[in-house]
Design a protein around this ligand. Structure first.
Ligand code: HEC
Ligand code: HEC
Length: 194
């Protein structure tokens, strides 16, 4: 029920966004993002284990995840006290700000064999059918190209085990359910080095 209420709020807020006074404000998003730098890094590039980079994420993906954390359908002890401080306007501005930042630089691949296995798994599982051929994501579907490898492993394990469930995650729960640990590690390595 709470989820539905937040989803409706979000839709209502998006519709209101059509009026110029409430259009997303990237500068205000950047200012609010001071709250995020300590964990998600300067310019949305994380150098902290298990903390995702946010730079270059689709606007709607970031907004939805913040709504899910705030509604409690996505749970994380570190994010909880943060989202309590965000109103819908902040969320809209943060989504626009992080989408405006360039994604992480391509990292040199220290294990091309593992990447080849990951590439094969991604093709077999049709990951690109939702995440796009570039794996840059779109709308509520995340960018996974260039994301931290440790975080990609964690996210796929969380979908598989059901830790990350509810909201918009049903698509990923279905995908991750049948992934083996070997496939998860190969996929994460491949995607992190794109
Ligand atoms: C104390 C550390 C910390 C702070 C500060 C923090 N975050 Fe996070 N954030 C995390 C962690 C850890 C995760 C990963 C949660 C998980 O594993 O599910 C996360 C996940 C996210 C996600 C989901 C991204 C994805 O790829 O799934 C978004 C969006 C996000 N944070 C936005 C923000 C914003 C915006 C701020 C500032 C307003 C912020 N965070 C501040 C630790 C933090
Ligand atoms: C049917 C569409 C669909 C397919 C196929 C799909 N995904 Fe996703 N994926 C999504 C959606 C939607 C999300 C965001 C879900 C959420 O809100 O948690 C997502 C999220 C993710 C995340 C979390 C990213 C983050 O920043 O938190 C990872 C990692 C991921 N997908 C990897 C994969 C991999 C690897 C494959 C192929 C094995 C795949 N996906 C196939 C739709 C899909």
């Amino acid at each position: 029920m709470r989820m539905v209420r937040y989803a409706l709020l979000f839709v209502a807020a998006s519709l209101l966004g059509l009026s110029p006074a409430l259009a997303a404000d990237i500068a205000a998003g950047k200012e609010k993002a001071q709250l995020c730098v300590g964990c998600h890094g300067d310019n949305g590039i994380s150098s902290m284990e298990n903390v995702p980079s946010l730079a270059g994420q689709p606007d709607a993906f970031t907004q939805w995840q913040l709504i899910f954390f705030r509604a409690g359908t996505r749970k994380n002890e570190q994010m909880q006290p943060i989202v309590e401080q965000l109103d819908n306007n902040d969320i809209r501005n943060l989504g626009a700000y992080f989408a405006s930042l360039p994604p992480p630089d391509k990292k040199p691949d220290d294990n091309p064999d593992l990447s080849a296995k990951g590439k094969q798994a991604a093709a077999g599982r049709r990951c690109a059918s939702c995440h796009l051929d570039s794996f840059a994501g779109t709308k509520a579907v995340s960018r996974i190209a260039g994301q931290r490898e440790d975080y990609l492993v964690k996210a796929l394990r969380d979908y598989k085990s059901g830790v990350r469930a509810g909201g918009g995650m049903a698509a990923m729960a279905d995908v991750a359910y049948s992934l083996s640990e070997e496939e998860i590690e190969a996929l994460a390595h491949y995607l992190a080095h794109l």
